[in-house]
Design a protein around this ligand. Structure first.
Ligand code: ARG
Length: 467
């Protein structure tokens, strides 16, 4: 065999610096299992088309399994000279099956080979991520259920706005994560397309049964256009976008946990096992996990921009630029998986300081809207009621009291329809209970939302177990 599978037309050996610069083996070695799966399926397809014999296909498959085992055991030495995982596998195959290895690449190009490897890799990782999101959603529902009736301030503009249940707040993240799982499932559908047979760009001359290859590799569809098949990285961009949105959600939760665990809020205590201290300030307990998840969001969104920029303006079909897709893609996968994993471990151990959140829910005039609604019930137009309550708030601020701390006489200065029952209307529990509108924070609603979530999670689990 010549030194490189493609060096026949070259008059001098590749410069060492060029080898080092062009090699992708450091990163695409991670694809070895998928590369070998793809090659074994390709051998079977070649045999089915009569391009190689059944026996040859069998020998090639056995040889490929030996290479797989060698790589798994860390016995194969990787080198820049052989550029990428495809050439390493083929080169090593020669040791096991001799000259027969030269038939493996019939009707195939590294362009459709890398496309199939990446799709197989990302399908597996996307499934793993959907399963991780499932675990995280379960942790969110469990935390919500364990703190079902804990009240806390709800915020807009990070100013206390109206009281909500802590469980309602957690279930908001459950909704985000459910959409994230849906986005990954959608992306999974579009990455589930088998590109082999496209060869370099125009399609192979061999009569390959592509549906057969797809079946062997677990793809549900085959690509429609060979040029698109070798140059499409949309499936990756979609995945990266879904991962970025998911990380944005985790970063929002992180920001809240950082705030809530501060002395200023004291809403939650993070478990000691998930925090670290300071090397100089002995009193410090830092919320490292949420901080690092918040920080790592930049890696994922940055890598999405990296991939988008990589693909922008690339002419059809394959371009070597595309080799650069693996570093950002794998960094996105690794980062998101690590963040989901650590959060799923930490969530069940978060302690909510119920007394503190309840106290906070009772302050800052969070019942002002409810006083206006009370007046509306007594017949006043909402805009008028809003102005009237505004005056009451100004008065209460002057006396350094909350609305519900004003006496009935004081309240009646603002409107005479106000009666003793106003205090009930202004109590935190009543305010929450009254928000029974579908999707609102009333305890009865949140209980149902938790039940729905559990039902959906059980259905997902059942479906996963079934396939
Ligand atoms: N290592 C390459 C990549 O990751 C594989 C395809 C190379 N094709 C080529 N014609 N050089 O994209």
């Amino acid at each position: 065999m010549s030194q490189k599978p493609w060096d026949g037309r070259f008059s001098e050996p590749t410069d060492k610096a060029v080898e080092a610069f062009t090699a992708s083996i450091d990163i695409d070695r991670r694809l070895y299992n998928y590369d070998i799966d793809g090659s074994i399926a390709h051998c079977s397809t070649l045999a089915r088309a009569g391009v190689i014999s059944r026996q040859e296909a069998q020998l090639l498959a056995e040889g490929l399994e030996k290479v797989r085992e060698e790589i798994r055991r860390g016995e194969l030495e990787f080198c820049d000279r052989l550029e990428d995982i495809h050439m390493h596998v083929e080169d090593r195959l020669a040791v096991h099956v001799g000259d027969l290895s030269r038939k493996l690449h019939t009707g195939r190009s590294r362009n459709d080979q890398i496309a199939v490897d990446e799709r197989l890799y990302l399908k597996a990782e996307t499934r793993a991520i959907i399963a991780q999101i499932f675990d995280f959603r379960t942790a969110l529902v469990d935390l919500a259920e364990a703190n079902l009736n804990v009240v806390m301030p709800g915020y807009t503009h990070l100013q206390r706005a109206q009281p909500v249940l802590f469980s309602h707040h957690m279930m908001a993240y459950y909704e985000m994560m459910t959409r994230d799982a849906g986005r990954f499932a959608d992306a999974l559908d579009r990455m589930d397309v088998m590109p082999l047979g496209s060869a370099a760009l125009a399609g192979t001359t061999y009569n390959l049964d592509r549906e057969y290859t797809a079946g062997l590799l677990g793809f549900s569809k085959i690509s429609e256009n060979s040029m698109d098949a070798v140059s499409d990285r949309d499936f990756m961009l979609e995945f990266a976008a879904a991962a970025s949105i998911c990380m944005i959600h985790l970063s929002r939760l992180s920001e809240e946990l950082v705030l809530w665990s501060s002395a200023e809020f004291r809403f939650v205590d993070l478990p000691d096992a998930f925090c670290t201290g300071s090397s100089i300030m002995p009193q410090k307990k830092n919320p490292d996990i949420p901080e690092l998840v918040r920080g790592r969001t930049g890696r994922v969104t940055g890598n999405l921009v990296n991939l988008l920029t990589l693909m922008k303006s690339l002419p059809l079909a394959y371009n070597r630029d595309m080799q650069e897709d693996k570093v950002p893609l794998m960094e996105i996968v690794d980062t998101l998986k690590a963040c989901l994993d650590i959060y799923t471990r930490m969530m069940p151990r978060i302690i909510v300081n119920e007394d503190v959140t309840e106290q906070a829910a009772n302050t800052g005039f969070q019942n002002a809207t409810d006083l206006a609604d009370y007046l509306v019930e007594k017949g006043m137009a909402f805009r008028k009621a809003h102005a009237c309550v505004g005056k009451a708030v100004a008065y209460a601020l002057d006396c350094k009291k909350e609305l519900h701390e004003l006496s009935l006489e004081e309240l009646r200065q603002f409107d005479e329809t106000i009666k003793e029952d106003v205090y009930h209307a202004l109590s935190v529990r009543e305010m929450i209970d009254r928000r029974k509108v579908y999707g609102g924070t009333a305890g009865s609603n949140v209980r149902k939302a938790i039940a729905r979530a559990k039902h959906d999670l059980a259905a997902f689990h059942g479906a996963e177990g079934g396939c």
